[in-house]
Design a protein around this ligand. Structure first.
Ligand code: ATP
Ligand code: MG
Length: 346
């Protein structure tokens, strides 16, 4: 397995529109990194340039320190799994998995050993003689994974591999992929636009927007310390309080429209303060970071209610356990705990 370094990657398909700009990141040996972002932000383009299927406009790709930017696709030892599994319908499971090895003209005995081993590892041994049309989506997905792994690639590149599966199977497959990746100490680049999925399985997440990197960090760091307003919105921070220099008392205190707010993080460069809906407390025993508001809306979320609350700082979204149902028109005290109130500078 290998480490991958992407340096200042840029791409334009038409010479004008910049689809990727200045993409730089490193995946360490044995790490699973996800690229997360909305449709059209450049995820597939990034993956395909790394695979060698598309040519970059500028930048470099290094594997274990060696520049492979100009190396043709068939000489890059990467396994790929696509959204459509692209299995050969006329070949059974065994032969689908064996295909790449046969192309490389490996001895028959070696092919048999390798394929048998990988079918076992991916739980497909009993299905070896079945054809793709006889398999469920999850089984087909596993075959495509086995086919990518059998050549013992330096790295696995996966482009939305779970998007054709139903919710329950997705969950199961993502756990299996993570387990296999950790057992084999595989380096994996995984593309998705499902936030939960990528936070659940990744060592690091790269959040993309319009062909640029917004943040590249561990999931828990992104969750608790989003770097930009874009990232914060993308991962469920619903509340944003605009601030400017006139509001600032010092690096940890801001007065906005008569409400004095304290932050634990230095807010010197903050343009906005943000807090998650579930971190705002209603009618709590606190005097710090409090203001009053009126409930104007309520949404049932199963385990909790989500309220829209109008205040002099604008509307807030607040999630609260469902035990205490509140009604429209109720006046409430909102507390925005300092440790959950994050200053954002971009
Ligand atoms: N072959 C191509 N020629 C011209 N433009 C392209 C080509 N492929 C992709 N694009 C454009 O590049 C941008 C990024 O596309 P890309 O497929 O990388 O997005 P994505 O993040 O994978 O989106 P999705 O989540 O929908 O798969 C889009 O604006 C797309 O229209
Ligand atoms: Mg894509």
């Amino acid at each position: 397995m290998a480490n991958l370094e992407v340096k200042n990657l840029a791409k334009s398909y038409d010479g004008k529109t910049k689809v990727l700009q200045d993409i730089s990141f490193t995946i360490e040996n044995g790490e699973l990194v996800s690229i997360l972002g909305p449709s059209g932000c450049g995820k597939t383009t990034t993956l395909r340039i790394i695979a060698g299927l598309i040519q970059e406009t500028a930048g470099q790709i290094l594997v274990n320190g060696k520049d492979i930017t100009k190396t043709p696709v068939y000489k890059r030892n990467f396994g790929m799994v696509f959204q459509s599994y692209a299995l050969f319908p006329h070949l059974n499971v065994f032969d689908n998995v064996a295909f790449g090895l046969k192309m490389h003209k490996l001895p028959k005995q070696e092919i048999n050993e390798k394929v048998t081993g990988i079918l076992e590892m991916t739980g497909l041994s009993d299905l070896a003689s079945q054809f793709p049309a006889q398999l469920s989506g999850g089984q087909q997905q596993r075959v495509s994974l086995a086919r990518a792994l059998v050549t013992n690639p330096e790295m696995l590149l996966m482009d939305e591999p779970l998007s054709n599966l139903d919710a329950k199977l997705r969950l199961k497959m993502r756990e299996e992929i993570r387990k296999l990746q950790q057992e084999m100490k595989m380096t994996v680049l995984f593309v998705t636009h499902d936030q939960q999925e990528c936070f659940a399985i990744s060592d690091k997440v790269l959040i993309m927007n319009h062909g640029r990197i917004e943040q590249f960090d561990r999931p828990e760091n992104i969750f608790h310390h989003p770097r930009t307003e874009y990232v914060a919105r993308f991962i469920g921070y619903d509340n944003f309080i605009p601030v400017n220099a006139d509001n600032r008392e010092d690096s940890y205190h801001i007065a906005v429209k008569g409400t004095r707010l304290t932050t634990e993080e230095n807010n010197e460069n903050a343009k906005v303060l943000t807090i998650r809906p579930e971190n705002i407390q209603l009618n709590a025993d606190s005097t710090e970071n409090t203001l009053t508001g009126t409930i104007t809306g309520r949404e049932y979320l199963g385990q909790s209610f989500k309220y829209t609350i109008h205040s002099e700082l604008g509307d807030f979204q607040v999630e609260e356990a469902r035990q205490k149902m509140r009604s429209s028109g109720d006046e409430v005290k909102l507390t925005l705990p300092a440790k959950h109130l994050h200053p954002l500078s971009e």
